[in-house]
Write a protein that binds this ligand. Structure first.
Ligand SMILES: [Fe+2]
Length: 281
């Protein structure tokens, strides 16, 4: 079994709307202490470590988070979120974190971890406002799925299940910013896998499980989000255990727990609509 401690959407920086970024460093310090006591096999940071201002401020904020992460006993794997990319390049983040930030597969024994570090920059200029998934990132996911020989956890900042955003403070009325416009192709790429697959992402600041193509897609609450916790930070961090089943528990003030059994078998291509079939008879 592999145990993974997960933190996401730390949003260190000034508080804005419902993000309690002013509490981020204190909560990251608490997460590091908890993780060191729990002794997971690895730690996963799913991105949006800061709330962006400008390149100089953002670099300082990222460094302050990285300095606390340096206290982790377990190996840390980070992914960049959109806020880590508003004013900083991937290379800036590599230098600050002292770690590579290319997509990669980590062998965990029974499972493998696919760190899908697809581009997360949000274009703010019309007409193509939002995320744009580079073809190279889609191909990486597709080839990873085709090659996978053991159960695979796919980690990304941006979720791509296409799950409902009804009730989400940020995304109910900004559905297009909750995922990639190419999410359907990403799901099709993953559906090629002949092994059990599960996905974990951040970005949408709430705890969810959505099954698509027999693949459970999970999203974890932000460490400092307050839209579900009456203005107080959620203090959310998770522990995922990968074995014959996947067990995921989110702690803090917006707790969540799920036990899922991803299937190896993929679905048969779907039936034509009933009306079409009746018309053909
Ligand atoms: Fe994000």
């Amino acid at each position: 079994m592999t145990r993974i401690a997960i933190v996401t959407d730390i949003h260190h920086g000034a508080p804005s709307h419902t993000k309690r970024g002013d509490t981020a460093l204190e909560l990251v310090a608490q997460f590091v202490a908890w993780s060191n006591a729990q002794k997971p096999d690895l730690v996963l940071d799913l991105g949006d470590r800061i709330s962006d201002i400008d390149s100089q401020t953002d670099a300082r904020l990222e460094r302050e988070v990285a300095d606390l992460f340096a206290g982790l006993d377990a190996p840390l794997y980070s992914i960049c979120g959109n806020h880590d990319r508003d004013h900083l390049s991937v290379e800036d983040n590599v230098e600050i974190l002292g770690a590579d930030l290319k997509s990669e597969v980590i062998d965990l024994g029974q499972w493998q971890l696919a760190l899908w570090r697809a581009d997360t920059r949000i274009n703010r200029v019309a007409p193509n406002i939002g995320f744009n998934l580079p073809e190279a990132d889609l191909l990486w996911l597709s080839q990873m799925a085709q090659r996978a020989e053991k159960p695979t956890l796919v980690a990304s900042h941006v979720p791509f299940s296409g799950h409902s955003q009804i009730g989400n403070y940020y995304f109910q009325r900004n559905q297009g910013l909750s995922t990639y416009p190419q999410a359907e192709r990403a799901r099709a790429a993953l559906a090629q896998a002949q092994v059990p697959v599960a996905c974990i992402a951040g970005h949408v600041h709430w705890n969810t499980v959505t099954t698509v193509d027999g693949i459970p897609h999970m999203t974890q609450q932000s460490l400092t989000e307050s839209f579900t916790t009456c203005g107080e930070p959620a203090k959310a961090w998770g522990m995922m255990t990968l074995g014959n089943k996947v067990h995921w528990e989110v702690f803090g003030d917006d707790p969540f727990e799920a036990r899922v059994t991803p299937a190896r078998m993929r679905w048969t291509p779907p039936l034509a609509p009933l009306l079409e079939r009746l018309a053909a008879e």
